[in-house]
Design a protein around this ligand. Structure first.
Ligand code: UD1
Length: 425
């Protein structure tokens, strides 16, 4: 398996271009299933999850031409409604094909996503919503099977705001008979991007980005073009890279207004930020202050930035308390950060970080996508060499990360399997 080797302690300087949002690209690609006709999607990030979604659409029988940041898809040729385990197990977001397959083709069989490193991650709310719309949903041999001649509009209340659940239901409701109201919907910008794409294709959706989304079902949708929004988590990760190395970085082609909570927290920690419409300049202070953070659904502080902020807080003065409220066991990076010298205690859902500590390079193991990003950031700040194993997690969600960081002056390289020396763990 590949590993990433970083020699830390170099302040990062320069500019980075932000890629398209993985979490917007995935539902947008899945939604092409809802109609025939050509959909041209641009600003797709070149990451493994996006390739996997393209592959899944191909397996279902859609015509997919995917090159670089652009895909041309026509799902009029779909011949299968089954999403196999082999693909779903590599990417939980494959469950996003459930709503569109069911709404357009009357049935869907999707492998049940398993647990993962950050918790049990159920899909009960996706299923309950579809059942409310008249689908017969059952579980057989590890597969979710859903059937409905035509879905009916319904009033749906989500017990907790779920991002992919809201997206699945919004896509399904677009072709249902009558009006669907999703209450306590998730409000993430990626949901708004999906709704904008669906509306361009003839869907009638109001309220995306608020906690009540109303969808008036239509008979059919058509193809359209769409440019995916910039990735707010990638943006946040490079901001922390600048801050943790005490550097000065400019992020281009991003959407600062999707990052309000993070920008406020970085300022509270003493980081200097200059924000323009689609750019952020960061100048790290020589001293960082410890702050408290609580992850919440959007517009609260994103759980996908929690690991990166835990890494940053190891460099801040005083005690920081980071509370994870979205996922149950999302502190796998903490043990690895401790091996690099961090002082962090886990108390239930809280990580209590005492800083500043001088991190020292060590071999560490990535457990999930954002935990890996946290370890890369720690490695950039640490004295000496950090080796990060299991980097396939990073490749799922960050486009050309080493190249972008090298562009900012980091000493970072990928060792291909075989070329790597025997690791210690
Ligand atoms: C999405 C993001 C992921 C991010 C997460 C939270 C994508 C592809 N992934 O994941 O990067 O970390 O939002 O911002 O967009 N829940 C239930 N029942 C359900 C569904 C969810 O109880 O049926 C719970 C989950 O266990 C979790 C919470 O709801 O505690 C939020 O999860 P959810 O928003 O669904 O996360 P994902 O959509 O899987």
């Amino acid at each position: 398996m590949d590993r990433i080797v970083i020699t830390g302690g170099i302040p990062l300087h320069g500019e980075v271009e932000i890629s398209g949002a993985k979490n917007a690209a995935l539902p947008i690609l899945a939604s092409t299933i809802l109609s025939g006709g050509e959909c041209v999607i641009t600003n797709l990030p070149r990451v493994v999850d996006v390739l996997t979604m393209g592959k899944l659409l191909g397996i279902l029988g859609a015509k997919v031409q995917h090159e670089g940041n652009r895909a041309v898809i026509d799902a009029g040729t779909i011949s299968s409604t089954q999403a196999p385990y082999d693909l779903v197990k590599t990417m939980r977001a494959s469950v996003l094909v459930l709503g569109p397959l069911l709404a357009r083709w009357g049935e869907a069989t999707v492998s049940m996503p398993g647990g993962c490193a950050i918790g049990s991650r159920p899909v009960n709310l996706h299923l309950a919503g579809l059942a409310k719309m008249g689908a017969e949903v059952s579980m057989e041999h590890g597969y979710i099977r859903a059937k409905a001649k035509r879905l009916r509009g319904a009033q749906i209340y989500c017990d907790t705001p779920t991002v992919t659940g809201t997206e699945n239901l919004m896509m399904a409701a677009s072709l249902a008979e009558g009006t669907t109201v999703i209450e306590n919907a998730a409000k993430e910008p990626e949901i708004v991007d999906l709704a904008n794409f669906l509306v361009k294709r003839g869907a009638r959706i109001v309220g995306a980005g608020t906690d009540v989304i109303t969808i008036e079902g239509v008979r059919e949708l058509h193809g359209s073009d769409h440019d995916v929004i910039p990735d707010r988590i990638e943006t946040g990760t490079y901001l922390v890279a600048g801050a943790i190395t005490r550097g000065a970085v400019t992020l281009n082609r991003c959407r600062p207004n999707h990052l309000d909570a993070l920008l406020m927290k970085l300022r509270e920690a003493g980081v200097e930020l200059k924000v323009e419409q689609d750019r952020i300049h960061l100048n790290a202070a020589s001293r960082l202050k410890g702050i408290d953070i609580r992850t919440l659904p959007y517009p609260g502080f994103p759980t996908d930035m929690q690991a990166q902020m835990v890494a940053l807080m190891t460099a801040a003065e005083g005690t920081s308390v980071i509370t994870e409220t979205v996922f149950e066991s999302r502190f796998m990076h903490v043990e690895e950060l401790r091996r690099m010298g961090a002082e962090i205690k886990i108390e239930g859902t809280r990580a209590v970080v005492t800083g500043p500590t001088k991190l020292t390079g060590a071999p560490v193991m990535a457990s999930d996508l954002r935990a890996s990003a946290g370890l890369v950031l720690a490695g950039l700040a640490a004295e000496g060499t950090t080796e990060i194993l299991r980097v396939y997690h990073l490749d799922r969600g960050y486009e050309r990360m080493e190249e972008k960081l090298r562009g900012l002056g980091a000493t970072i390289a990928r060792q291909k399997e075989g070329a790597a020396q025997a690791g210690t763990r």
